[in-house]
Design a binder for this molecule. Structure first.
Ligand code: 9MR
Length: 386
């Protein structure tokens, strides 16, 4: 049994995953999706209901990620966001390297334009992200390290820079949830904390955990403490999430994340990104959600996209419906943080347009996946079908 598991892990790490990261996906067997009501809606921005109306009537929120360039260039994006979504996440604009300049100054001007428009449309914002191993302003952080008299002083300066970033972000933005710590666990199949040895070597990778006592766990503790204190200081409320990818494939990582959340009262939510594909089985979704619910924290699917996997008979539409169906069945309403898609139109997906992982095609036309999700939510919501 143990040998089989290790062979699976070895095989999985040899196969490149959809997001280009090492992972430990066990082989999956196709599972027929739950039946969907055959009602095909008159979908699109002219339809009576948006997905958000239907989702709300089912007791959950539905969200989408977008970036500044999509926001400024794509008129259709704005129409779709207003019609179909009630929460949004900015793909890049609230990350450390977008907010902090190389000299350490802070500017909110770009996300502020996006926030202004989102507020006018009644869209609530998820803050992404206060702590990640990627997209840091490394020019500035390196200056702090170079300037310090010794290693202890350098570590203190980095810790202070992070606490200041959290404080300024929480003071400035009004959000319903913060992704406080993102991707803090390794892909080693053992659920270890991420360390410098397993950080991808690419542009702007900076492991905050190298500068905190207790490594990445020490960093996570400090990040949640800083966020909680800042919320209290500014009289604000928001859920505080720990969030990671591959939780549906990697039970050890899922367990580590959930255990950490259970042991830290400052954590109020657990997030699963779900950059998955159509090979995913219903059992994997169910096991993940049940473990997340057991933490007693809010449960959020934070970055959903579903490209085609290797099993040709599995469809994106059916898997998306299955994910919503399992989420609504397993996560009690009081614990629902909602489901956010990582993008709106295939055209702008971080995976590349050819992967077609989203609900809308490159021309922002609703796809079959949209229609089936709409039909499923409409049926479940009890709202007027006319
Ligand atoms: O969608 C984001 C893309 O535009 C950026 O180029 C990329 C940089 O790494 O980050 C993408 O978003 C990531 C998110 O912030 C954290 N989870 C993984 C997402 C996809 O890489």
């Amino acid at each position: 049994m143990k040998t089989n598991l290790w062979l699976s892990l070895l095989l999985a790490s040899v196969l490149a995953c959809a997001c280009g990261k090492d992972d430990t996906r066990p082989p999956v067997t196709p599972t027929p999706p739950d039946p969907v009501d055959p009602v095909v809606p008159d979908s699109g921005t002219d339809a009576k209901w948006g997905l958000k109306d239907l989702a709300q009537a089912c007791g959950m929120v539905i969200g989408a990620e977008y970036t500044y360039s999509e926001y400024t260039q794509d008129k259709q994006l704005q129409e779709v966001l207003k019609h179909d979504f009630d929460v949004v996440t900015f793909g890049n604009e609230m990350k450390h390297d977008n907010i902090v300049s190389g000299s350490g100054t802070i500017s909110f001007s770009r996300p502020d334009q996006m926030v202004g428009w989102a507020n006018d449309c009644g869209l609530k914002l998820c803050g992404h992200t206060l702590g990640w191993h990627s997209q840091q302003q490394t020019d500035y952080l390196q200056t702090l390290i170079d300037r310090a008299a010794d290693a202890d002083a350098a570590a203190a300066a980095i810790r202070d820079a992070h606490a200041t970033f959290v404080d300024k972000m929480v003071e400035h933005f009004d959000v319903y949830a913060w992704d406080v710590v993102n991707e803090a666990f390794a892909d080693d199949g053992m659920g270890s904390w991420r360390n410098s040895g397993n950080t991808e070597a690419k542009y702007h990778v900076f492991l905050w955990g190298n500068y905190f006592e207790g490594g990445t766990k020490g960093f996570a503790d400090a990040a949640f403490r800083s966020a909680k204190e800042a919320l209290a200081r500014y009289g604000k409320k928001a859920d505080l999430y720990i969030n990671d990818y591959n939780l549906e494939w990697n039970p050890a990582k899922l367990e580590s994340l959930c255990k950490y959340a259970e042991g830290n009262p400052d954590v109020t939510g657990v997030g699963s990104q779900m950059h998955c594909n159509t090979d995913l089985s219903v059992d994997a979704i169910r096991n993940m959600l049940m473990r997340m619910v057991k933490t007693g924290k809010k449960v959020r699917i934070s970055e959903l996209d579903v490209p085609q996997g290797s099993i040709p008979t599995n469809s994106q539409a059916d898997l998306i419906v299955t994910i919503f169906d399992q989420y609504l069945k397993i996560v009690p309403e009081a614990q629902r943080g909602g489901i956010t898609f990582w993008g709106v139109s295939d055209k702008n997906s971080w995976l590349g347009a050819n992967k077609e992982p989203l609900l809308f095609d490159a021309a922002y036309r609703p796809k079959e996946s949209y229609d089936k999700l709409y039909a499923y939510l409409l049926d479940r919501s009890g709202l007027d079908k006319e």
